[in-house]
Design a protein around this ligand. Structure first.
Ligand SMILES: Nc1ncnc2c1ncn2[C@@H]1O[C@H](COP(=O)(O)OP(=O)(O)OP(=O)(O)O)[C@@H](O)[C@H]1O
Length: 332
């Protein structure tokens, strides 16, 4: 039996979270778009895919920073660095990447007068963030999960950036859950639950401010955590079963070679590959890589997806369909 690697799950879960968190506010790119772009650096949805790649990069940066002995702790400066990476490039350029806002923003509506929520004026934001920083690093007797929920609602209420506050605030939950040692890796993807219950998500955030309904928000947040935890266990079980079954298929196939089995073991983190990528992953020549890819095609694991003679791309389609569940874009 194959020993499951944490990296396999991290690969899929982090990307799934990135796709769904970005979709909450309307990014149209899908899991497939992201994987295709990562393999080929080509996409016809430039801005949307870039946003999702930025999310993955921002999370990786922040985790590394928090883990580094001299790195930034979870604080406003780190959140600004996360924001800078999230807004990198195309769409975010005019949204003051990495900078706490100096003008008024609002949510919903076309102006503050008809908005659903008008966050605090810019002159109050630095102090509100400093208080949040201090609160994160002091004990208050609440369980860490409740504290993660409180941090999120407080961050969303401050709404310190011109855009991207939803994504930064959801990344903050992921970082706190790891920082407070509830999980050893970001394996809890709350965005799916927030996406499924988006209206209630927004309503509960609002009710904290309008009615002081912290209990209602925390109840909703903890239900989302339970839903996400159940989803994660089920998804991990299915991913593991599939990889295990397919590895057996590959090793017992008549076309199997040691190299093709080694290539299979790279697929969980490289589910869409070209021959050039396979050669690099294997540290082998192109003919050897072609043979390994062909063996996986014959075993029914990889499928050529371009129909082209050159620059062909091969996908581990069963695995990709599993990871892509719930990441479809809902048509308006
Ligand atoms: N009524 C509300 N009160 C406080 N926060 C809210 C409210 N409604 C929504 N939010 C939060 O604001 C986020 C949207 O803010 P913003 O557009 O700055 O972030 P974003 O990251 O660009 O959106 P995002 O969620 O757009 O991808 C929502 O995702 C949610 O977290």
């Amino acid at each position: 039996m194959t020993v499951p690697s944490l990296q396999w799950f991290l690969y899929g879960f982090v990307r799934k979270e990135a796709v769904i968190s970005s979709q909450i506010e309307g990014t149209q790119a899908t899991f497939e778009d992201l994987i295709t772009f990562e393999a080929t650096r080509q996409t016809d949805r430039d801005d949307d895919v870039e946003e999702i790649c930025n999310y993955v990069a921002a999370l990786e940066y922040a985790r590394a920073e928090v883990a580094r002995p001299k790195g930034l702790p979870i604080c406003t400066r780190l959140l600004c660095q996360i924001h800078k990476r999230l807004m990198h490039g195309v769409r975010g350029a005019e949204k003051q990447p990495g900078i706490v806002r100096t003008s008024q923003n609002w949510i919903g509506g076309s102006r503050p007068g008809n908005a659903m929520f008008v966050p605090p004026p810019p002159e109050n934001v630095p102090e509100a963030l400093a208080l949040l920083d201090r609160w994160v690093h002091q004990e208050d007797g609440f369980p860490p999960l409740v504290r993660a929920g409180l941090a999120h609602v407080q961050f969303e209420t401050i709404h310190p950036f011109l855009d991207g506050n939803g994504r930064v605030g959801r990344l903050l939950i992921t970082l706190l859950v790891e920082h407070w040692k509830l999980l050893s890796a970001p394996l809890l993807y709350l965005s799916l639950s927030f996406k499924r219950h988006r209206e209630e998500y927004y309503r509960r955030l609002s009710a904290v401010r309008t009615d002081g309904d912290f209990e209602g928000w925390i109840g909703f947040f903890l239900d989302a955590v339970r839903e996400a935890a159940d989803d994660a266990v089920e998804a991990a079980t299915r991913v593991f079963r599939l990889l295990n079954d397919d590895r057996r298929l590959v090793t017992s196939h008549k076309a199997a070679t040691v190299t093709s089995i080694r290539l299979f073991d790279h697929l969980p983190e490289n589910p869409a590959i070209t021959v050039a990528m396979a050669a690099e992953l294997l540290g082998a020549t192109k003919p050897t890589a072609i043979k390994a890819v062909q063996a996986l095609v014959h075993a029914g694991v990889l499928e050529e997806s371009t129909g082209k003679k050159r620059d062909r791309m091969y996908r581990y389609h069963r695995y990709l369909s599993l990871l892509a569940e719930d990441t479809e874009v809902q048509k308006p």
